[in-house]
Design a protein around this ligand. Sequence first.
Ligand code: COA
Length: 259
Amino acid sequence: MAENVVVVSVDGRVATVTINRPDKLNALNADVRREFVAALEGLRTDEAVRVVIVTGAGDKAFVAGADIKEFVGRAGYDQYGVTKGFGIFEAPERFPKPVIAAINGFALGGGCELAMACDIRIASDRAKFGQPEINLGILPGGGGTQRLPRLVGLGNAYKLLYTGDVVNAEEALRIGLVDEVVPHDQLMERVRALAAQIAEKSPAALQFVKDAIKASVRMSLDEGVRFETTLFGLAFSTEDKEEGVGAFLEKRKAEFQGK
Ligand code: COA
């Protein structure tokens, strides 16, 4: 039987979703897109899982982009269906729990876009980033023109998208494309520690935070603050809020249930 191109493993409250085509630098073909979205869908309702890590198999790549072989001869309407149909770049954002990208190597094109669709980006010091689509005579199709300027500002986004240049992890950190860079052999240890730390928080409160932060790039300040006020009120309807406040007053560690 063929090996899955997306592998899910669960360790306690943290699931790791690994894109598993290392011989093709984890390029996103139709199977990866389908299995990745299905993997997140499966983890959505798994109450034991509170945080998800996304990474690439092998030592070389996170994801080296869309599978360029699939581009050959593909018609426009078919490509529209591929991008829209699977929704791989919307899946981490839609996912109601925190998603951390552990960027272990090349994050190019769709790989950079997938990393940007995750909530937090931690990179190996060997990681490389870029949107080289311009070199293929196309443009990013997985949200790159939208998420990149929001993260790195207009000038840096124009520069990366006009040139197709590949930048190292240090430069990615400098412009805000990633949030942290760690030595390559410590990447998963660091990401798992971060995931475990977040997994101890209230799943309900985490979900509200994700909803509110997502809204911050789509709403005006006034609308966003109103939305936050609503979520803040909603948080007061949870058992986790009673647990968190009670634990603080009783000087003990809170045990959140996501209720
Ligand atoms: N789509 C399809 N296959 C890809 C791929 C992609 N985006 N990226 C890498 N691969 C494949 C290569 O074709 C090669 O397969 P092969 O062994 O069957 O020939 C294999 O992965 C290894 O890649 P290779 O190019 O030999 O590795 P490298 O170390 O010499 O170069 C990169 C690494 C990332 C610089 C180079 O693979 C590359 O430029 N990839 C394309 C990046 C890109 O343009 N992405 C945006 C797509 S829109």
